[in-house]
Design a protein around this ligand. Structure first.
Ligand code: 48N
Length: 318
């Protein structure tokens, strides 16, 4: 890509911008670009102007990057399915501790974050039991200390902070509005069925397979898949359910009733490779194993996500 060059209005009315010449009728001759006053401040008195651009430049800026990412991430090191609190906590720990690994997150919603934008019952405060609050300290989210637990004043502050940290890692790519609609499963060298990747499509396509035929998907292969698809929503517990329909497990354990004290340690300690190549984390695990839900406390999601990252590193290094 042509390196950005300084804006230079050479008086001819044509401004060379990022190495391409913009038609001079787009830039009034003699006007300072970016509406700067003589003192160098931005002029908001009605003279505000943007540097010129063409529609093609915008489309190419988007498509070049998106499809280059799709091409590059067709083979990833780790695919994380679901960008909720467990999936994002996992992505953070993995990206930070394995910067050489290509980590690809696939999130069905347009907005990543899953159930962590709010606390419980659409109330904004987020409760995190100790010692999981150490993850909040790690990513720099302030909280109020209540003794055995802490409270983040608005769950969106946790989710947006974590998202921004995850997306800042150079080895992370996020494909949101993109659904995993199947798994890639094939025999490994021992003949055992191994999960070796995911099958994806834009979510709007995945939700409309019944209205159109032959909307074939895309694939991403990777030695490790981490499923964090939660327990609810239009595609909740997707991979757990697919293991059943693919005959790899007999049936779902089905999430049990709420028991806050018991649920969180069970989810964290139970985070593991549930099938060769497939690690499960967060609330999807309660559907797979038949363990209790914990309700509106989120420490187990963070700790389970971090444990899933440890499991992934173990597999990648074995
Ligand atoms: O937030 P969730 O749903 O899942 P977790 O496990 O990260 O966090 C769960 C947590 O929010 C709770 O449920 C709390 C603790 N409550 C417990 C309780 O007892 O009620 O995130 C899952 C993400 C969502 O963003 C989905 O859109 C996404 O996964 N997703 C998918 N993305 C891509 N492909 C799919 N097939 C898919 N299915 C779900």
């Amino acid at each position: 890509m042509t390196p950005p060059v300084a804006i230079n209005d050479n008086g001819s009315g044509s401004v060379s911008f990022f190495g391409t010449h913009t038609p001079k009728d787009l830039v009034s001759p003699g006007l300072k670009p970016f509406a700067t006053t003589d003192e160098g401040h931005v002029d908001y008195t009605g003279n505000y102007r943007f540097a010129p651009i063409s529609e093609a430049q915008v489309s190419r800026a988007m498509t070049k990057r998106y499809f280059a990412d799709m091409y590059d991430r067709a083979i990833s090191d780790v695919v994380i399915v679901g960008a909720g609190s467990a999936g994002l906590s996992c992505a953070y720990y993995l990206a930070k501790n394995a910067p050489e690994k290509k980590i690809t997150i696939v999130e069905a919603n347009v907005a990543p974050g899953g159930g962590a934008w709010l606390g419980g019952q659409l109330m904004s405060a987020m409760v995190v039991r100790k010692p999981a609050h150490e993850f909040l300290q790690e990513i720099g989210v302030p909280f109020e200390d209540e003794g055995g637990f802490v409270v983040v004043r608005h769950a969106a502050q946790f989710t947006s902070t974590l998202l921004s940290k995850v997306l800042a890692f150079a080895n992370v790519r996020l494909f949101n509005a993109t659904a995993v609609e199947d798994l890639i499963v094939r025999p490994d060298h021992t003949g055992r069925q191994r999960v070796g990747g995911v099958v994806t499509n834009w979510t709007l396509v995945s939700l409309h397979h019944d209205s159109q035929s032959c909307m074939d998907p895309n694939t991403i292969t990777a030695p490790v898949i981490i499923s964090a698809t939660g327990h609810d929503g239009p595609m909740g517990a997707f991979c757990a359910k697919r293991l059943v329909s693919n005959g790899m497990i007999e049936k779902l354990g089905d999430m049990r009733c709420l028991d806050m004290m018991r649920a969180e340690p069970v989810i964290v300690n139970g985070t593991r490779e549930v099938q060769p190549g497939l690690i499960m984390t967060g609330m999807e695990l309660s559907e797979h194993d038949g363990s209790n839900r914990m309700g509106p406390t989120f420490g187990a999601m963070m700790a389970s996500g971090v444990k899933a990252a440890h499991e992934a590193l173990r597999i990648l290094q074995s």
